[in-house]
Design a binder for this molecule. Structure first.
Ligand code: URA
Length: 245
C-alpha cells in the first residue's frame, strides 16, 4: 500500500468516527510497503449530530419507531422499555440516566426511591415558590430506555444509540427548558468535559433550548449531603422561576 493509499484509508476511518489507529497496523504495512509509512494520525473525533427531526414527529411515533428495540446490548436483560411519562405538552422535561429495577418492572421512569425523591423535589419546590405545578405537569424520561445491568452507567455507544430517541422526544415536546439530572444526562445533552459540581446551577443550551443541570436524585439519596440537597433545591427554584414567571 502506498502512503497515499494509506492516507486515504485513514481518512476513511476518521469519517467513521475512529479516533486512533494503533501501531500494529503501521508495522504490518511497513513490512510490506517499500515506502515509509507515515505516523498514524490522531484525528479529531467526529461529532455525530442527530439528523432526526422528521416532520410532524410525535411521542407516539417515536415510541413506535423504538418498537421492541434490539439495537444495543441493553435489550438482553431488560424487562420493559421505559419510554417516558408525563405531560406531552410540558414546559419542562427532566432527563435522567436510565431505568433502575423498579422502572424496569413497571415500565415507567422514576418510580423507585430516586423517583419518590424527584416527585418531592418537584412538588415541594413548586408549592413553596407558589408555582402551580406538580410532577404530572412535567415530562420525565431517560437517556437510555432500558435498564443497564446492575444499574451500571450507560456506555457511550448505548447512549448514542438511544440518544437519538431522547433527542426526538425533546424536539417533539419542545419544552421551554430541560433539566439534566446527573452526569449522564448532562453528557448526553452538553458538549462538556467538566464535572457536574461545576456545571450545576447554571444555564446551558441543547440546540436552542435552555438546560439546567443538577444532581441526580440517586446521588442525593446516597450521599446524605445537606449541601448538595440545598443546591439541588436551589437549581429547581431557578428552573421553575425561569419557566413559569
Ligand atoms: N434513575 C434514573 O436515572 N432514571 C430512572 O428512571 C430511575 C432512576
Amino acid at each position: 500500500m502506498t502512503a497515499e493509499q494509506l492516507r486515504s484509508r485513514l481518512e476513511f476511518y476518521r469519517d467513521l468516527g475512529i479516533e486512533y489507529i494503533y501501531n500494529r497496523i503501521g508495522q504490518t504495512l511497513a513490512e510490506s510497503a517499500p515506502e515509509p509509512v507515515p505516523e498514524p494520525v490522531k484525528v479529531a473525533p467526529v461529532t455525530v449530530l442527530p439528523t432526526l427531526e422528521p416532520a410532524g414527529d410525535s411521542l407516539d411515533q417515536i415510541r413506535l419507531d423504538i418498537g421492541e428495540c434490539r439495537r444495543c446490548r441493553l435489550a438482553e436483560a431488560r424487562h420493559s422499555i421505559v419510554f417516558g411519562s408525563g405531560n406531552e405538552k410540558a414546559r419542562i422535561v427532566f432527563v435522567g440516566e436510565g431505568p433502575g429495577a423498579d422502572e424496569d418492572e413497571q415500565g415507567l421512569p422514576f418510580v423507585g426511591r430516586a423517583g419518590q425523591l424527584l416527585t418531592q423535589m418537584i412538588d415541594n419546590t413548586a408549592a413553596k415558590e407558589g408555582i402551580p405545578i406538580r410532577r404530572a405537569d412535567v415530562y420525565i424520561c431517560n437517556v437510555v430506555k432500558c435498564r443497564p445491568p446492575e444499574n451500571r452507567t450507560p456506555l457511550p455507544d448505548e447512549m448514542q444509540t438511544c440518544g437519538q430517541f431522547l433527542y426526538r422526544q425533546l424536539l417533539a415536546i419542545r419544552p421551554k427548558a430541560i433539566c439534566a439530572l446527573g452526569a449522564t444526562a448532562m453528557k448526553a445533552l452538553l458538549d462538556t468535559k467538566e464535572g457536574i459540581t461545576r456545571q450545576r446551577g447554571r444555564w446551558h443550551k441543547w440546540r436552542d433550548i435552555p438546560v439546567m443541570v443538577t444532581y441526580h436524585p440517586s446521588y442525593l439519596l446516597r450521599q446524605y449531603n445537606q449541601q448538595a440537597r440545598r443546591e439541588a433545591w436551589e437549581d429547581l427554584k431557578t428552573l421553575f422561576h425561569y419557566v413559569y414567571d
